[in-house]
Design a protein around this ligand. Sequence first.
Ligand SMILES: *Cc1c(COP(=O)(O)O)cnc(C)c1O
Length: 420
Amino acid sequence: MRHFEYKNGEYYCEDVPLSTIAKEVGTPFYCYSHATLSRHYDVFDKAFETIPHLICFAVKANSNLSVLKIFSKLGGGADIVSGGELFRALKAGMEPGKIVFAGVGKKKDEIKSALEAGILMFNVESSQELLAIDTVAAELGVKAKVALRVNPNVDPQTHPYISTGLKENKFGINYDSAFEEYRQASALDNIEVVGAHMHIGSQITQITPFVDALDKTLALVRGLENEGINIQYIDVGGGLGITYNDEAPPHPKELAEAIAPLLKDSGRTIIFEPGRVIAGNAGALVTSVMYTKINEGKTFYIVDAAMNDLARPSLYGSYQGIVPLDEDTTSRKKVSADVVGPICESGDFLAKDRILPVLKQGEMIAVMSAGAYGFTMSSNYNSRPRVPEILVNGSQFNIIRERETYDDLVRGETVPDYLK
Ligand SMILES: *Cc1c(COP(=O)(O)O)cnc(C)c1O
């Protein structure tokens, strides 16, 4: 069931026409569907019901407090990569015992906050980091629970910027040295080894890379157990892809059918860190066509959202669907057009050479699949206030983050006296 669709000639999110929201908050804005977010979480949760599991939503995909709250209420946890994300996860009511902390550059104060909160485990990415965690844990007089993030050297066959499990990537610990690292970790006074972690990339549309990586991780885990190092949690990371255009990623159920048998009866808990697959298609960025023009025979739709609001097209050349809010437009003549923002960069586009109906000045479009890595990657480039986020639930909608003001833009800036 789709929660973004045309009804009565207008594009809706659940039971609310997107144009109604635009009337209240203006454009651009991000809009998320509560029904989609919770359904995607449930689908994932159900897929793995045959084995003990924990779903830790990857906060970097969408870190709005209300969005995190949806998952915490459904019993989910959080996968965090910074102290800021820890702050958000706790503020959203996530149980500390359901929070896992990854990232290659954890700072000591971030480690300290996570230990004080009592998170489930650190996913450790280097031996120096391990020593830093041991030191901070000693200072606090606690034992830090860790998994080592093992780099299984599996090609996820995705965009190079979002592939993380190849041996040349900056992430994790080399597969070949992982065994020795585990030995050293288990010898440290303030470290308790509890898990093994992998995360091989994002927007993965095949099952094989997951199975291959998990096979390698499990081989390591069996070796560790022979040494008396017990691994309670297997964290397989995130990375399952979604349909932006014509990709056909596996359903979470297919993934479950492929990997659950490998883990069944092991007594271990499996952890997932899905981000994109939960939130990506649960959100859209709604924007207005401010101007249309034809340069050298090429049609440009200049819209009020830009690369600072949604970075994916300019960052990865990625495809985001474009849907006009008014269904009448779909019967119009089609043109090949670039949808571009107001930013002074040629890389500022949301769609390139896209076949779209002829659009008129003032009409609105929804940029689809923008619920993950949309708002969270936005910036204030060109001194553009960040746009509001809206959560739709049935026929009700709430502003879950206000549009920034010009005062927000200069907050924290001070001019030294000699310049006054
Ligand atoms: C980004 C990230 C995820 C989420 O990836 P998705 O592709 O959005 O599912 C999970 N785990 C870690 C460690 C990550 O860095």
